[in-house]
Design a protein around this ligand. Sequence first.
Ligand code: NAD
Length: 451
Amino acid sequence: MTSYGVSIIGMGYVGLCTAVGFASKACKVAAYDIDHEKLALINRGIAPFYEPGLEKMLKKTVDEHYLICLLELEDAILKTDITFIAVGTPSKPDGSIDLSQVEEAVVRIGDTLRKKNKHHLIVVKSTVIPGTTENMVKPLLEKYSGKNCGKDFGLCMNPEFLREGSAIYDTLHPDRIVIGEHDKKSGDALELFYRSFYGEEAPPIIRTNLSTAELIKYANNTFLATKISFINTVANICEKIPGADVKTVAGAIGLDKRIGPLFLNAGLGYGGYCLPKDLKALIAFSKRLGYDPVLLKAVEDVNEAQPNKVVEIARVLLGGLKDKKVAILGLAFKPNTDDIRGAVSVKIIKRLLEEKAKVVAYDPSATDNARKIFRGEIDFAASVADCLKDTDCCIIVTEWEEFKNLQPEDFIERMRNPLVIDGRRIFKPELFEDRLKFAAIGLGQPRKTDL
Ligand code: NAD
């Protein structure tokens, strides 16, 4: 009998939130990451990033010894029966997937399996391009362990669908679990783990082969990206039609059960660690297979152009941006996270700086991460009120709850020149447009029309 239930390799957003979720329901988790500073923080109950509810649950699971970080990967493997790999899979400069973190982890896991005389199940949770588990992970594990996959150790691909901002909730209440299996015994073992973990609340479990599981993750994320670029396309058309409003269009089409209301918020486009890189990786992969995925390329093109729109609107309404003071509300790629990987705020700020505007930004939790990118180039405010002070324009970049309650007076009282550009459609135009200069994505101009 081993001391722990499962081991998780990679303590990023996915690995740590999964570890804490598992540990919160009395599943003993041994965790490992090459970043030992991160491990030390976690072992003290301190979350290395912001995620709602994470720190409290982390502290509890660490205090109760359900979660422990081990400094040696070998210990984590030898003390457990199942190992989840949750390391990063970033983009290479050409957009294709960089599998070096997976490769490094798998080689070390293989080395350790050589010393183990019990069956062990390896589960790839990282997002990897179809064929990776079969053609890279399996041969490396066999080579470095000297053992046979399917006989001496098991192998599954189990894509992760959690959303940053609600990662703990998603871990405990997934919509479905996808198990790609190398062989039936491996799939049975992972299904048994999840069924005993979730009990009667187990979501639908889909069992399939390794490549299909890998593709499901990409299809999922690229579909979400497509929905966003679709509604942004409609928003861009709305802007050319006097009186049209994309929010009303989205609300109406969202009631069609075949469409659904989610991911139909027009705005500045998607960002974050996953959607942009997964779309790029699937495009590069498809091209390698000899298929040109024109739809996916269009989704990407729309998304690339979208953040520039607010800069253009500001330039036109301010008569140029040089020396204009622009307030940016929101830096995180979405609310309830401090993650700014792939955030549109970064693109927008870079464009504003190129245009010689002066930028001051406020975010409830992502300021420290943004500071590392814009050292000394922009100012950071400690509150919305500070951020707006004496500015010529305010751009809403992230739809934090805190911003949704702002009233026209909040801007009028503090700004030098009250111009609000709502990049996330959080304000009711009719409340703002008579009080100050107001523009928003997906609002046809002129606004008042007899049509
Ligand atoms: P991350 O970059 O936040 O974390 C990766 C972690 O792995 C880091 O802590 C890093 O130090 C560690 N690591 C790197 N190489 C290692 C090695 N050889 N051994 C041990 N640890 C190593 O990444 P993330 O956001 O947690 O994403 C992980 C995977 O899950 C990616 O494939 C991603 O596409 C996928 N995913 C992410 C999300 C999300 O919302 N972030 C959601 C679903 C799926």
